[in-house]
Design a protein around this ligand. Sequence first.
Ligand code: KG4
Ligand code: ZN
Length: 305
Amino acid sequence: MLASEIASQIAEHEKFGGVVPELASRNHLVYAPRLLERATRAAKIDIANVDAFAATSGPGLASSLMIGASTAKGLAIGLGKPYLAINHLEGHLLSPFFNGDFQIKPNISLIVSGGHTMSIQVVGLCDYRLIGRTVDDAAGEAFDKVAKMLGLGYPGGPEIEKHARNGDATRFNLPRSMLDSENFSFSGLKTAVRYLLPKLRGDFLADLCASFQQAIVDVLLRKTIAAAKKYDVDLITVSGGVSCNEELRRQLRDACDREGFRFKSAEPWLCTDNAAMIAFAASLRLDAGFESKVTEEIDPNLALA
Ligand code: KG4
Ligand code: ZN
């Protein structure tokens, strides 16, 4: 990796308690050219020497996807280089391999972000089979919504994790939903916190955060280990913003050690959204002979498997 630049908009969206689409796309227009300049300067390369241009083509907010994809397509056409449309979720899914030998081994991949929670059987590069997904809220969404109820900042995951560090995770017995299914559900957990909250008095924040976080970790851990056994793989990977969570990483790693699975996660900076994971997916695809047509449209609901 020669350079990785991120123009975070979190501070601007924070005051609205979540992402405002119109604001996001306006910022993309302003920041895309500046980021390109910053990245080429940091990498000490001339943009004309770049081998290929890639962008996220979905899933995500249409107006933001369009700006990224149009920028990459424009550069690819102007400089006569290949264009690669990359699935945002494939970026997450491959990110645990970014620091290794770049060989994508068969694995059970748990993707946990603000918009998605899925378990995927990875057979190899570009061969992904959906095992289960959330039927309502994503894990990160549950963190964000519960943090909002508790009056904590956005994004909620890091806030809840911070408070949970000093808490007793066994104090509140919160629901673990759909344990016998390969799918996930987190809205019941969120509702349980909503009903519990008005009844609580005194000092409960740390214990509630720890109990809530543990309920999510329990579900993710149990389903991921079950999938690895069922699909007979020896490697488990985890990615997406929620995989920054230290407790999730530690407990997943311990469970993998106990059950005899290998475990891989991306470095924390690669877990939340970034362009490096999209470039990484694009370079693996380019090496494998893939390219996209510049006529390929973005798709806000693009499926991975
Ligand atoms: O992958 P990501 O950056 O964006 C999406 O594609 O959605 O994930 C963002 C999500 C947010 O919901 C955020 O609260 C959550 O990841 N997150 C965390 C932590 N850091 C970020 N959740 C739990 N613990 C964390 N430390
Ligand atoms: Zn993401």
